[in-house]
Design a protein around this ligand. Sequence first.
Ligand code: GLN
Length: 247
Amino acid sequence: MKLTIGHLYPDMLNLYGDHGNIRCMEKRLAWRGIQAETKQFLAGEKIDFSRLDVVLLGGGADREQELVCRYLKKQVQEFRDYVEDGGVVLAVCGGYQLLGNYYKTERTTIEGLGILDIDTECGKERLTGNIVLRSPLFVNPIVGFENHGGRTFIGNYPPLGTVVWGHGNCDSSGEEGILYKNVIGTYLHGPLLPKNPEVCDYLLEAALKRKYGGVQKLQRLTDELEHEANRYIVNLQNRRISKCLIL
Ligand code: GLN
C-alpha cells in the first residue's frame, strides 16, 4: 500500500512548523510498513489532485495567503472535486481560512476558494497561545498553538472540537476548526499531528479507505512520547488555571 501526500506551497504556507505534519504522516505510515511519497507544489506549479491521497495546506501571513489563493483559484474546480470525492485535506490556519468564501483583513478582502461555506474576518487583537480541545472522535484531548487575527464563522458545519482552553474559531463560539467529509480545517499549529497521533491516524485511515476500500484500521503504536507531549500542554494549561484560582 502507498499514500501520496501533496504539500501545497511549502515555501509560502509554513508557519510554526506546519511541515512537521508531513514528517509525522510519513513516519506513522512507515512504522506500519506503508509507503509514503510526498510531492511538493510550489507557486505556479500544476497540481494533479487525482494523483493525491492527502493534501496539506499550512498557515501563512496575510500576504502569502493572498498569493496562494490566486494560484489555487486556477485549479479550484479540481480541488473542489477532490474534496467532494472524499479526498483528505488538512488545512491549518491561513490554509483553513482560504478554503472559505473570504477573509476580510484590516486593509482588504481576500476572496477565498469557496470550497467550504465559511467566512473569516480579522478582529482587533490576535488570538495567540496554547490551545486544548475535546472532540468526541478522539480519546485524548487535541492540543496545539494558535496565532491568528482572523475569526472564522462555520455556520452549521460540525467543528473539529470544543475549546477547553484557548480561543478557537472566533473566541466566542467555544468551537475550534471544522470537519467536512475528509477535510479537517483548524487553527492549530505546533505542528498539529505529532502531538495528536489519533488525529494523524484518523486522516491516514480515511485516505487508505478512500484508496483501497474496506475498513482500514492502522496497527496501534505505543506513542509514549507523543502522549507525553500532549499531556505537557494539557498540564501546562491546568497549572495556569489553578495558579489563577489561588491568586
Ligand atoms: N494570516 C492569518 C491570520 O492572521 C493566518 C495566520 C496563520 O496562519 N497563523 O488570521
